[in-house]
Design a protein around this ligand. Structure first.
Ligand SMILES: [Zn+2]
Ligand SMILES: [Zn+2]
Length: 314
């Protein structure tokens, strides 16, 4: 169970020679999900070697231009490359209304998009669930803009303990399948075996929180608590805290303080301004939360649990 992160654009507001505008590709299981789609994202995807195939969901944190202007070009290229399937764009209702206007009223003025696009509004709560993975949305405060963050979770997997199955003489086949699905079984001899009777090691669900632009962290502590990884903006340094507050952004120190308070495993900072050196941002954050990394374009990171979970105790 793992999440692959590919940082496609790590700049704030305007691109620089080194950094593209916000976009992050999250790959897990059979899913490939793009979070935000700043101008130039399609080129970043191609340059990274990730390719466009299977890219069928775009989550938008909010409708500021640096996060959405790449949609038209990306969709045009999907059509050109004959990549089939519906592209679902998720975002808050106002964000989505903007994206829809941009595409069906502007880029394709006739309203007919070259590939099928579903505009699906999100509300706080579960957005996608497929049995193994879940994506939820949660509200984020970023100035006046309607904004959402996204939590990617692997649903905890239940494993059966082979030795217990043998010692209780549970036959192979349907009885074991039922137990693996979390259901009790009645054996031919009348005994009832519950999933708890044969519980083996359980993999706790891996959790990744992705937050775009945000101006405060108080409401986020419980949402991201204990996450294996937190991706969040750090547009300013503490010396410019007044600017951060004025524009609804965070300082590196504030982002790190959130990671520390919420006891996340790893912190990735993005949405970076060219007014600072990367080393300055890193130093400010690491003073508060040592397990911090400042993302660069094309950084590829695997989020997984290294340690083996303990045997479920009875
Ligand atoms: Zn932004
Ligand atoms: Zn913004």
């Amino acid at each position: 169970m793992r999440f692959e992160l590919l940082f496609l654009g790590t700049a704030a507001s305007a691109p620089s020679a080194e950094r593209g505008l916000p976009a992050l590709l999250v790959t897990f299981g059979r899913h490939r999900v793009l979070v935000d789609c700043g101008e130039g994202t399609q080129r970043q995807i191609l340059k990274s070697g990730a390719g466009l195939k299977g890219l069928n969901r775009i989550l938008l944190t909010h409708a500021h231009l640096d996060h959405v202007l790449g949609l038209g070009g990306l969709i045009a290229t999907l059509a050109l490359f004959d990549i089939r399937g519906t592209v679902t764009i998720n975002g808050g209702p106002a964000t989505l209304a903007y994206a829809e206007r941009l595409l069906t009223g502007g880029v394709w003025g006739g309203g007919l998009l070259p590939v099928p696009v579903a505009f699906a509004p999100v509300a706080p709560g579960v957005l996608v669930e497929d049995g193994r993975f879940r994506i939820s949305a949660f509200p984020v405060i970023h100035g006046e803009a309607e904004s959402f963050g996204f939590l990617f979770e692997a649903v905890p997997m239940r494993h059966l303990d082979a030795a217990r199955l043998e010692s209780l003489s549970v036959p192979k086949g349907p009885p074991r399948s039922r137990l693996a699905a979390g259901l009790p079984v009645r054996l031919d001899d009348g005994r009832v075996i519950t999933p708890e009777d044969v519980a083996g090691p359980s993999d706790p669900g891996l959790r990744l929180a992705v937050i775009g632009d945000v101006g405060e962290t108080e409401t986020l502590v419980e949402v991201v608590r204990g996450a294996d990884a937190l991706v969040i903006e750090a547009t300013f340094l503490e010396a410019d805290r007044d600017k951060a507050e004025r524009w609804g952004h965070l300082t590196a120190r504030q982002a790190a303080a959130l990671a520390a308070e919420a006891e996340v495993e790893q912190l990735f900072l993005t949405h970076l301004s060219p007014r600072y050196e990367t080393a300055q941002i890193l130093a400010e954050a690491r003073a508060v939360f040592p397990r911090t990394r400042v993302a660069a374009d094309f950084d590829h990171v695997t989020i997984a649990r290294a340690r083996r979970p303990e045997l479920a105790s009875r």
